[in-house]
Design a protein around this ligand. Structure first.
Ligand code: AKG
Length: 275
């Protein structure tokens, strides 16, 4: 029996490759998390955007709370089973009236996971309506398997590698995934999606949390870290991650820096392989 999602939501995920929206946290709670993120940005003099937006669950107890929350994990368990690791996490900020966007892509492109059964929970720290550049998807495209991508250099593209779909997919029928602060959406790793610039008067911020079942492994040569967030791991495909105790303390920063570097090395090795 499912823990959070309804039978029709699970059927929609299988058919369309996404579910949106799912209620999880109060607006007040999401706003409190947003202000924690923004006070860190102010203190550092650096926004958590491209180049600085990976794996904050290793830095902040408040992100650790989100990634372990039953509100999110119960839904993820309904899709991928009870033994779950957090493989990656990206903060996706778009300032009001900025040109930042995300090109059409599939998440699986640089993850090298086998089997390919990863799901992303996009947790909204602010409202993300269509006007603010919420995600836009091609329903059913998760059934197309892995498609070819090219890399493009555009500083406005929030994707770390600037990856963009290099084959034609019918984009005449897309669907938007608007969410309110405190809600989340779920999408399949092969779902073709993008997001447009934020034309609203407020910043748009979400956490893209990539969850995998513990039996999945990363096929790249480099061993990477991933956090066991629920259940058991009888496989040992990943190095365990340290849970943060203080807000960006010295130990948190050191572990975070190593884990991000390891992840980037893995990513770059995929580049070399395909070059
Ligand atoms: O936040 C966005 O606009 C894009 C997010 C995304 O591509 C993802 O979570 O996979």
């Amino acid at each position: 029996m499912a823990k959070k999602l309804t039978e029709s939501q699970i059927a929609a995920y299988e058919h369309d490759g996404y579910i949106c929206p799912v209620d999880a946290f109060s607006t007040q709670q999401a706003t409190e998390w947003r202000s924690q993120l923004e006070s860190f940005e102010r203190a550092e003099g650096q926004k958590m955007t491209r180049g600085h937006n990976f794996k904050p669950h290793l830095l902040f107890p408040w992100v650790d709370e989100i990634v372990h929350s039953p509100e999110v994990l119960d839904a993820v368990e309904d899709l991928i089973g009870p033994d779950i690791r957090l493989f990656h996490l990206t903060v996706w900020p778009k300032d009001a009236h900025s040109g930042a966007y995300v090109s059409w892509h599939q998440d699986a492109t640089y993850f090298a996971l086998d089997p390919i059964c990863h799901v992303t929970a996009w947790v909204a720290l602010t409202d993300a309506p269509v006007e603010a550049g919420c995600m836009e998807v091609v329903p059913g495209s998760h059934k197309l398997g892995q498609l070819r991508h090219a890399e493009m250099q555009d500083p406005e593209n929030l994707l770390s590698r600037g990856q963009a779909l290099a084959v034609d997919v019918d984009r005449t029928k897309t669907a938007f995934m608007p969410v309110k602060a405190g809600q989340f959406s779920l999408h399949h790793t092969h779902l073709v999606h993008n997001s447009r610039p934020n034309k609203s008067n407020d910043r748009r911020i979400g956490l893209g949390i990539s969850y995998i079942p513990t039996h999945a492994r990363c096929t790249a040569a480099n061993r990477v870290t991933a956090m066991l967030v629920r259940g058991r791991d009888n496989y040992g495909h990943f190095d365990e991650e340290r849970r943060p105790e203080a807000n960006a303390g010295p130990e948190e920063r050191a572990f975070h820096a190593r884990a991000v570097a390891t992840f980037r090395d893995m990513n770059a090795s995929l580049n070399r392989k395909s070059a």
